[in-house]
Write a protein that binds this ligand. Structure first.
Ligand SMILES: [Zn+2]
Length: 101
């Protein structure tokens, strides 16, 4: 698997929309790109960001989606650590939400 990425299909400013993020390599629209980048292009997030000149902390997730995750987590506080009922961790938006039911 090579770590070759093609030329960007659009500009980063157009790729990041509220409802989705567009893959700069192939134009795929996703709620979150991390998995897509690894699966479809076989590169790491870091390589992807570096290749397209994105900020190292540029979130590869649609804002609408991260908002929704946050709302869901607030509504259904499942699997969250106890004793931290109202923690606001919108800061580092790690999109790994364990949705257990
Ligand atoms: Zn892609």
């Amino acid at each position: 698997m090579s770590a070759e990425l093609p030329r960007a299909v659009t500009t980063p400013s157009k790729a990041f929309c509220y409802e989705y993020v567009m893959c700069l390599a192939c134009g795929a629209k996703r709620l979150t790109l991390a998995r897509h980048i690894r699966a479809a292009h076989a590169v790491s997030i870091e390589q992807y960001r570096a290749h397209y000149g994105l900020e190292p902390d540029c979130p590869l997730i649609a804002r609408a989606y991260s908002n929704r995750l946050r709302l869901l987590a607030a509504k259904h506080p499942i699997g969250l650590r106890q004793g931290r009922k109202h923690s606001r961790n919108l800061h580092d938006g790690a999109p790994s939400m364990r949705a257990r039911q």
